[in-house]
Design a protein around this ligand. Structure first.
Ligand SMILES: *Cc1c(COP(=O)(O)O)cnc(C)c1O
Length: 412
């Protein structure tokens, strides 16, 4: 066996030639090389760098407001070993995905197709499952790394500096970051009653030049649902506007405009496996649109952005729709239980068409502190327009909800 020795001088000069044979036959090479590099760096005659000032991000990025990713995960992890903790701040499923998902991923890890290979490009197998789930031809679908990735891709491909973008608020703010990072001019429109559709307000705020309209249905956090007829009317009325319909919570409402993409070339629908399917950790989403839009997106699209295990897991989830539907049914009953609970305490609560409720309290920070004492983590949405004093709370299974209500009985 050839021993592989690389001198510090060789490493520092970048002149060392590392034969593949040496690499393959000497498993210690990596560690040894690291030590060598560390040594060489210590004595490297680098110039002091103090005079170089930090590199600024691009001006477009400097001016945007970053998405505020506040997550209770660290607190939940710290407590979960001792007690049941209710992590209800990010609208994730409160139970794991179908057991078929874990089985499929474990089988894949033990199977022939190794992780050394790139994933099937464009999620080929998953796409088949999605075609059947959405009742759309595969040519209208694109698989993405979560639906955030789909939203970012749409913005990258369709927005330029100064483009007019309209967003009814309050809604999912992450989209604004994607649009603003393209230099687009994001305008918001807010209804007097933020729990209403406000179609007239949206129409009035649109212009012939509006390049993109972002609708979320059911909306996060208000739960407002746009019917297919609403979406179709807007698309027809504003044929030069790309209407992006974010259906992250579609499974809970069962109201969808996805079939319209076959008729409307200016509609794009995004969906995800992160919510009802319980796969937020895998990062899989998809979008549906006319083939002409997909052609545009493919100019930037990274066909290997959804990893192999995520593709396999999501495809497996689609083979167990009974599991999905039973979870959806549980959430529906739980929302009724929560409505009754808050109603009986005279607390203003909105049971939305999605898997969360919005609750308004007189003293929000007190309520949130007491909830936290009880191991209940919810999301403060009081800074959102029209939602002063409000928190958003994910809804889970019926058993969980009964225990949750017990914990809340002394608070409200
Ligand atoms: C959670 C959420 C997303 C992000 O979903 P991922 O698929 O996990 O990226 C997108 N849109 C809305 C409205 C959401 O609430």
């Amino acid at each position: 066996m050839r021993r592989l020795e690389v001198s510090n001088d060789e490493l520092a000069s970048g002149n060392s030639v590392i034969g593949i044979e040496g690499c393959m036959s000497n498993l210690n090479f990596g560690a040894r090389a690291e030590v060598a590099v560390a040594k060489s760096m210590r004595k490297s005659p680098l110039q002091p760098v103090a005079k170089i000032s930090p590199i600024q991000v691009a001006p477009t990025i400097r001016s945007l407001t970053p998405y505020e990713a506040v997550n209770s995960q660290a607190y939940v992890d710290a407590r979960a070993a001792r007690e049941e903790v209710f992590k209800l701040d990010w609208n994730e499923s409160t139970i794991g995905p179908s057991p078929k998902v874990n089985d499929a991923i474990l089988a894949a890890l033990q199977g022939l197709r190794g992780l050394n290979w790139y994933p099937p490009l464009g999620g080929a197998d998953l796409l088949q499952g999605l075609a059947s789930y959405t009742a759309l031809p595969g040519e209208n679908l694109l698989v993405t790394n979560g639906s955030d990735d789909a939203l970012a891709l749409v913005c990258t491909s369709f927005l330029d500096r100064g483009d007019d973008v309209l967003v009814p608020v309050p809604t999912y703010n992450h989209f604004m970051v994607f649009a603003q990072s393209q230099g687009a001019n994001v305008r918001t429109v807010q209804a007097a009653d933020v729990f209403s559709k406000n179609l007239d307000g949206i129409r009035a705020a649109m212009t012939r030049k509006t390049r993109l309209l972002y609708l979320v249905s059911p909306n996060n956090p208000t739960g407002v649902v746009f019917e297919p007829a609403d979406v179709e009317a807007l698309c027809l009325e504003f044929p030069r506007t790309l209407v992006v319909l974010d259906e992250a919570y579609f499974e809970f409402s069962q109201v969808t405009g996805i079939a319209l993409v076959e008729r409307l070339p200016n509609l794009l629908v995004t969906r995800t496996f992160s919510k009802a399917f319980g796969l937020a950790g895998l990062r899989v989403g998809y979008l549906a649109a006319d083939a002409s839009i997909l052609d545009g997106l493919r100019r930037v699209y990274n066909p290997k952005s959804v990893n192999s295990l995520a593709q396999i897991g999501a495809a497996a989830a689609l083979t167990d729709l009974d599991y999905l539907h039973s979870y959806i049914a549980q959430v529906r009953v739980s929302k009724e239980l929560l409505s009754q609970f808050f109603g009986s305490r005279n607390v203003e609560a909105y049971a939305t068409a999605a898997n969360f409720v919005v609750v308004r309290t007189g003293d929000l920070s007190r309520a949130m502190n007491l909830l936290e004492d009880q191991g209940v983590y919810v999301r403060d949405r009081s800074s959102y327009p029209g939602l002063d004093g409000c928190f958003r709370m994910t809804v889970g299974t019926v058993d969980q909800t009964r225990r949750l209500i017990e914990r809340m009985s002394d608070i409200f």
